[in-house]
Design a protein around this ligand. Structure first.
Ligand SMILES: [Zn+2]
Length: 407
């Protein structure tokens, strides 16, 4: 076995009849983690020639910009690239915080060490003493001013959730914030408190009136609850026009598809709905996807399954509609996509000859709600389910809304 494997190529791991990975063989040859990665690589349904593609670009084509970035990252080393990824993740989480912009902005600046703490002012030779004004013991860098200073014991000690302050030391504000996010220590309340601490610190420095420190925690809590209540209250908005589902031309059928991954379930799935010119459902389908594919790959696979479904229903005049711009553009342009999802695009394009009329349409998520909600069903399904001239109860209201929108 070992000798013959020296000459072996990847195709020996693929079952030629089913066009799937030979799981027994992959599991037998590779370490469990490697085997998982391999089994989640998408495969085309038709045998295709090997092609080189550029993994740094979504369409697999090389560009100078990503080439330069790749070399740069290679030059400064993997660790730097990893740190940048970590930072990017952190920035995303900061901007997604459910709190006022001024609070998010302050948190972001604190992470970037771009607030005028005394250490930073001394570095810029604006002041000559970097000792903290409150405790007069330690130098005032950002983590000290926001968190570590013993003058803040009353603030951070007031809530049990911050008790780890006495048990763990953090070298930077970013490290502290990452910890708060990771352990789900109410990042929003944390951000509000940091904001209040910084305001307080500035008011003391400029000798303006300020709240006593022992009342700060209660005040922050009230602000936090008030903001949350405001956020939850629905804002009536009549001026925004929803993208609506539009029926196809007479004699044509519209096939909407959607693919999605559910993070909690580790399970991708896809949904398809076929409707006629009056908007009435001909058939609907929802199914799990046995591989852990990337979001774009699931969308491309969903498009392919949607076309196969239309073919099984013997439809000849079809509009295929999805909310993934990349997939719809790739189908429309018929250009070769070099990324792995290009294999599924090729599969779909090769199906087009089965139809006498086939066009592709991109819509927004709001125009694709039935297919989208069908996909959500997959979490509770063990295999593929098909509904003929009917939809499951959970998508009934959005189906009716689509019908109401065209009448
Ligand atoms: Zn201090």
């Amino acid at each position: 076995m070992v000798e013959t494997m020296n000459e072996a190529t990847v195709d020996c791991l693929i079952d030629k009849n089913t066009r799937t990975w030979n799981a027994t063989m992959v599991d037998g040859i590779f370490a469990p983690q490697e085997a998982e990665v391999i089994k989640n690589i998408p495969l085309a349904k038709k045998e295709t020639e090997d092609k080189l593609y550029w993994p740094e670009e979504q369409d697999g084509r090389y560009s100078c910009k990503t080439g330069y970035r790749f070399l740069k990252e290679d030059e400064v080393g993997f660790q730097v690239a990893e740190r940048q990824d970590h930072e990017k993740e952190l920035w995303k989480k900061i901007w997604a915080l459910e709190c006022p912009n001024k609070v998010r902005n302050l948190i972001w600046r604190a992470c970037r060490n771009s607030l005028p703490s005394k250490c930073n002012l001394m570095r810029q030779t604006i002041i000559t003493d970097q000792k903290c004004d409150q405790c007069k013991e330690e130098n005032e860098d950002i983590i000290h001013a926001m968190w570590g200073c013993k003058g803040l014991d009353e603030v951070w000690g007031a809530e049990n959730i911050w008790s780890f302050r006495n048990q763990r030391r953090f070298s930077s504000f970013g490290e502290l914030l990452s910890w708060v996010f990771e352990l789900h220590k109410n990042p929003v309340l944390f951000a509000f408190t940091v904001w209040a601490v910084w305001q307080q610190r500035n008011q003391i420095r400029t000798q303006n009136s300020h709240r006593p420190l022992n009342l700060l925690s209660q005040w922050v809590h009230d602000c936090y609850l008030e903001y949350k209540a405001l956020k939850i209250a629905p804002v009536p908005c009549r001026t925004v026009r929803r993208t609506r589902w539009k029926p196809p031309d007479p004699g044509t059928f519209k096939v909407n598809f959607n693919g999605a991954t559910f993070a909690d379930e580790n399970c991708p799935g896809l949904g398809v709905v076929v409707r006629d010119e009056a908007g009435l459902v001909i058939a609907a389908m929802a199914t799990r996807v046995p591989q852990l594919l990337q979001a774009i790959e699931i969308e491309a696979l969903a498009a392919n399954n949607a076309l196969e479904f239309a073919q099984e229903l013997d439809l000849t005049d079809v509009v295929l509609e999805g909310d993934s711009l990349l997939v719809m553009e790739a189908l429309n342009s018929k250009n070769l996509v070099l990324a792995p999802y290009g294999l599924m695009i090729q599969d779909s394009l090769s199906l087009s000859s089965a139809f006498s009329k086939l066009s592709y349409s991109h819509t927004m998520r709001e125009g694709n709600t039935v297919a989208h909600n069908l996909t959500q069903l997959v979490v509770n399904l063990s295999n593929c389910v098909i509904w003929m001239e009917d939809v499951p109860l959970v998508v009934l209201s959005c189906y009716q809304a689509d019908l109401a929108g065209i009448s």
